[in-house]
Design a protein around this ligand. Structure first.
Ligand code: HPA
Length: 275
């Protein structure tokens, strides 16, 4: 998907295809479902349509188990919500433009609020598996940006996008209203797919990170660049490397998601009507 200027046109085309197939003229909110969050999202209601992302321009098939590509449309408290299931990651061999294409598509289809959900390792030992953390800020350690390459064409904003308020204070305040006990934290986004070494986790902790994962940061930058408000929620699936004695296991990440699915769903069901 190069040159980059073509990425915006491709997302606009995919948005038109999505609108035509879903029958939704304009979305209000998009929720990108990370590990564990998809099972919970059924609490939001019955989808009015499910569009396989394979039918939409520019989408690639996810290679991670439990990440089938689909955009589910729902109406929640009068809001048109797009649930994006099946995100793709840098570690699957895709470039940043490909990774953010689903987010650019749903924003092009109207979404002004983008909720990014993920599973993450807890660096702060107080963050126990199964808890949800509201991302206050991030460290983008992927070494790339979705805005790298050719300048975005008019009418898109310049690539030198300000990220001071990347994770919207307004949306974080709304989460506090519906779930006052949730902690906030800084998410470090790495390329993976290997988990980190204990030394890397210690370095991240000293750099101010509370959580570590392999998604979210590029999508947040792309959504912000398009003027959307961004909220990110992390399910702590495991203590990060060296934080607890046990070795890390991808099955543990998936199992924590399954156990937490109901409470994740309840959180989304309380939150989305307020967004
Ligand atoms: N590290 C990186 N990514 C992750 C982790 C982790 O410990 N857990 C879930 N995603």
């Amino acid at each position: 998907m190069s040159p980059e200027a073509g990425a915006f046109a491709l997302a606009a085309r995919a948005a038109d295809e999505l609108r035509a197939r879903s029958g939704v003229e304009r979305y209000d909110v998009a929720v990108v479902l990370g590990s564990g969050w998809r099972e919970g999202a059924v609490a939001l209601g019955v989808p009015t349509s499910i569009v396989a992302t394979g039918e939409l321009s520019g989408f690639v098939a996810p290679t991670v188990a439990g990440h089938d590509g689909a955009i589910l449309s729902l109406e929640v408290a009068g809001r048109h919500v797009a649930l994006v299931a099946g995100r793709v990651h840098l570690y699957e061999g895709h470039d940043a433009a490909r990774v953010v294409h689903p987010v650019r598509t749903v924003v092009a289809a109207g979404a002004r609020v983008v909720v990014l959900t993920n599973a993450a390792g807890g660096i702060d030992p107080a963050l126990t598996p199964g808890s949800v953390v509201v991302v206050r800020d991030h460290l983008n350690l992927t070494g790339t940006s979705p805005l790298e390459g050719e300048a975005p064409p008019a009418p898109y904003a310049a690539r030198f996008v300000d990220l001071t308020d990347l994770y919207s204070a307004r949306l974080r305040a709304l989460v506090r209203e519906v779930a006052p006990t949730l902690a906030e934290g800084v998410y470090a986004g790495l390329r993976g797919p290997h988990y980190e070494t204990p030394a890397e986790i210690e370095a991240l902790r000293r750099s101010g990170a509370d959580l570590v994962g392999m998604s979210t940061v590029l999508e947040a930058i792309a959504a912000r660049h398009l003027g959307a408000e961004v909220l990110a929620l992390s399910l702590v699936s495991n203590p990060a490397a060296g934080v607890a004695a046990a070795p890390l296991d991808h099955r543990e990440v998936l199992a924590t998601g399954q156990h937490a699915a109901r409470s994740l769903g309840e959180l989304l069901a309380r939150l989305v009507p307020r967004l």
